[in-house]
Design a protein around this ligand. Structure first.
Ligand SMILES: NC(=O)c1ccc[n+]([C@@H]2O[C@H](COP(=O)([O-])OP(=O)(O)OC[C@H]3O[C@@H](n4cnc5c(N)ncnc54)[C@H](O)[C@@H]3O)[C@@H](O)[C@H]2O)c1
Length: 267
């Protein structure tokens, strides 16, 4: 089985923009759902709606894959699933280690979605000696003293950090020195890595803060609309314009021009 160590993602070397790469998993998720329902073809509009992306942007993204669809028929679902999976490097096995098997690490270890997408949890690593040998999601936890040995034996190139923030940089440095070239960081800290190492950061509290911002803005718009109505601005407008215009304006303001809102922040 090929391992990730010697295979850098082909996407960048083939000049696919990073923003397109970030949307490929959205298309793949929507296409996989269609495939599971045995839907043979899909139009760009339907797929764009299912993926939450603007359809012109989708067609542009697929042109980088050399996939243009057939006029009047649309895109072949199975072939697109294959093409996007290949582009994302998901047609090969990617052994992943998770470091820090506390609440979050244990939940990640038990997440079935990794394996079904080609990410095999090769090892669970924790610094607590009391955890060593204890099975989590059916995999025995290994001690962090053995981190380098585990990475090298399993040919691991992707590491997930779920340790406390204070030790995350040190864990990251050890992973990188051992040969890991991609890191998914859940710890709330910014990691420094050498060139050639990719870091993605997942922070649910940042996502909640962004939602809080939108909630606050919606509340402000509603208060503004009520104030306008109270001042008689709406009543003075032409029939059918004033009262209907405010919700319409709010609806279009809420998202960007493309209607897509990133779910995960880049590192
Ligand atoms: N990104 C997110 O949305 C999100 C959500 C929840 C938690 N977190 C973060 O994830 C991290 C883990 O949270 P948790 O609730 O699972 O904490 P936890 O305390 O339950 O687990 C942390 C684990 O890391 C282990 N550990 C400590 N130092 C280590 C080291 N040097 N090497 C290996 N293992 C080590 C501990 O023994 C423990 O088992 C924290 O940094 C937390 O802030 C992020």
């Amino acid at each position: 089985m090929a391992t990730g160590r010697t295979h850098r993602p082909a996407t960048r070397s083939r000049g696919i923009p990073e923003a397109t790469v970030a949307r490929l998993p959205l298309y793949l998720r929507a296409l996989t759902a269609l495939s599971e329902r045995s839907v043979p073809t899909v139009s760009s509009e339907e797929l764009a709606a299912a993926a939450g992306v603007n359809s012109a942007k989708l067609r542009k993204d697929f042109s980088y894959l050399g996939s243009y669809g057939t006029r009047g028929v649309g895109y072949d679902v199975e072939y697109l699933v294959y093409q996007i999976s290949r582009e994302l490097g998901l047609t090969q096995d990617w052994p992943v280690v998770i470091v820090g098997i506390g609440n979050l690490g244990a939940a990640l270890a038990g997440y079935g979605g990794f394996a079904s997408r080609g990410f095999r949890v090769a090892a669970l690593i924790d610094a607590d000696p009391a955890m060593t040998g204890r099975p989590v999601a059916g995999i025995p936890v290994q001690h962090s003293d053995d981190l380098e040995k585990i990475i090298s034996e399993d040919g691991v190139s992707i590491g997930v950090i779920a340790t406390p923030a204070g030790v995350a940089q040190q864990v990251c440095d050890r992973l990188v020195a051992a040969g890991v070239t991609s890191i998914l960081n859940f710890a709330p800290t910014v990691l420094s890595v050498p060139d050639g190492v990719d870091v993605r950061k997942v922070d649910l509290s940042i996502e909640l803060q962004i939602l809080a911002f939108h909630e606050q803005r919606k509340a402000g718009e509603e208060a503004e609309a009520e104030a306008e109505a109270a001042a008689g601005v709406v009543a003075a407008s032409a029939p059918g314009v004033g009262a209907a215009a405010t919700p319409g304006r709010k609806g279009t303001d809420r998202k960007g021009p493309d209607g897509d809102v990133p779910a995960v922040m880049p590192a």
